[in-house]
Design a protein around this ligand. Structure first.
Ligand code: ZN
Length: 426
């Protein structure tokens, strides 16, 4: 989400870098976040621990009795359920089995009213019905309820959503489209095993995305083998654009027809790499002057979302690992320089989401400097509310609000293997 399509064009041209009025200068002079051995310093560790517990408590209080009118993962009650499922899996959040049970119980409380309100309008994990249904399947699995009627019914519901996503009117992007359905199917397989959804169902959705991309690329005579649009714009970024769709196709690679990755997906990733701006950022959309605009540095539009595609590509294509890592490092450079956003502390377009650039790159390079950068962003988030950032429209939700900030503040000290929520699986 964000305002890529509604903002006035930036006055800055190619090479001048993101607009400094959008971000705070970062804290290069802060040195007490890490110890000499690269671990979190005692002082900052105490602050981090205190802040995230306080913020989690605040979240619990503020979302007690939260309406399920918005039942989405992105901005509604299912996103709170997903946070608690995640916390139940973390070493730093769970002191004992009782904590784990408490988090899972919280997840149930938030999810239950969502499941009775599904409207059947949107299909995706983040903004549609696939989100609550997928989380319910995972929760039942965690409670060993695979033989229950509920488990079977929700599996059937998810299959119906997958079937519906094949309709030509459904877009392909992550937030509202087929890529978001593909994520739900892959997540269920990852969390609950191969029996829950058949290969055939996943293949049909993945192939529909490839076919749709081929059709549009041909129609527009694009240099991309796979081209996608959303609301008549050819977006580049993770939320609505090429990067999010290509990432999902790579994650679904074993379900694609033989040769499709090499023939269609990888060449399109290479075309995307060529769009990287001199600052290290990516434009929000394709086409003429839009392709040179260096404006938004956030998960939904810009380098902090695109980086996750190139990091997976670096893992999967050893022959091009150096090149893809170089693209990723430049994404991290611009996320560091321009990523402490005045929009605040959220995942979609805030400091927490941008910090996953460092966490994800650390997983592949092991560069401890990236840990320091992630902790600098965590320090900023610990001081939530003290920078004059405007509160988001949904202040407690997962992708823009406090739930996402809490997710990040618990992830940051896990020591690696942190995935951007609702998109990255491996
Ligand atoms: Zn956003």
């Amino acid at each position: 989400m964000g305002e890529a399509s509604s903002s006035r064009p930036s006055a800055s041209g190619l090479g001048s870098g993101p607009d400094p009025s959008r971000f705070f200068p970062n804290h290069d002079d802060v040195v007490d976040l890490v110890s000499e051995d690269g671990s979190i310093s005692v002082t900052f560790g105490a602050k981090l621990d205190r802040s995230r517990r306080d913020l989690l408590r605040l979240l619990e209080i503020e979302t007690e009795g939260y309406s399920a009118d918005d039942y989405s993962v992105f901005s509604g009650k299912a996103g709170l359920a997903l946070l608690y499922v995640h916390l139940a899996s973390l070493r730093k959040a769970v002191d004992n089995e009782e904590d784990r049970r408490r988090f899972l119980s919280k997840a149930h409380q938030h999810l239950k009213p969502c499941l009775t309100r599904l409207r059947g309008r949107r299909v995706s994990f983040l903004c549609g019905d696939a989100g609550p249904v997928t989380i319910k399947i995972i929760l039942d699995y965690l409670h060993s309820r695979q033989n229950s009627d509920d488990f079977e019914e929700n599996k059937r519901r998810l299959l119906r959503i997958a079937e519906k996503s094949l309709d030509p009117s459904v877009p392909d992007e992550l937030l509202y489209g087929r890529a978001g359905v593909l994520y739900a199917l892959l997540l269920v397989r990852k969390e609950c095993g191969d029996d829950v959804v058949s290969d055939e169902v996943i293949s049909r959705v993945a192939e529909a995305i490839v076919n749709s991309g081929r059709r549009l690329a041909k129609k527009r005579r694009s240099r991309f083998n796979l081209l996608y649009e959303w609301h008549e714009s050819e977006y580049v970024g993770a939320a609505h654009g090429l990067a999010g769709i290509f990432l999902m196709l790579l994650q679904a690679r074993r379900f694609l027809p033989s040769g499709a990755v090499e023939k269609y997906v990888k060449p399109s990733i290479d075309e995307l790499a060529a769009l990287q701006l001199s600052s290290g950022n990516f434009p929000s959309s394709l086409g003429g002057v839009k392709q040179t605009r260096d404006k938004l540095v956030q998960f939904c539009h810009g380098a902090p979302g695109v980086v996750h595609l190139f990091l997976l590509a670096a893992r999967l294509f050893p022959e091009d690992k150096v090149r893809y890592l170089e693209v990723s490092k430049r994404c991290a450079d611009v996320s560091w320089r321009a990523g402490l956003l005045k929009k605040g502390y959220g995942l979609c377009h805030g400091a927490a989401g941008n910090a996953y650039t460092f966490l994800a790159l650390y997983d592949i390079t092991g560069d401890k400097e990236l840990t320091r950068k992630a902790l600098t962003f965590a320090d900023f988030c610990c001081d939530r509310g003290r920078h004059g950032c405007p509160p988001p429209d949904q202040p407690f939700c997962l992708m823009n609000g406090l739930a996402g900030t809490v997710w990040f503040l618990y992830d940051v000290s896990e020591g690696g293997n942190c995935k951007f929520p609702a998109m990255v699986l491996e």
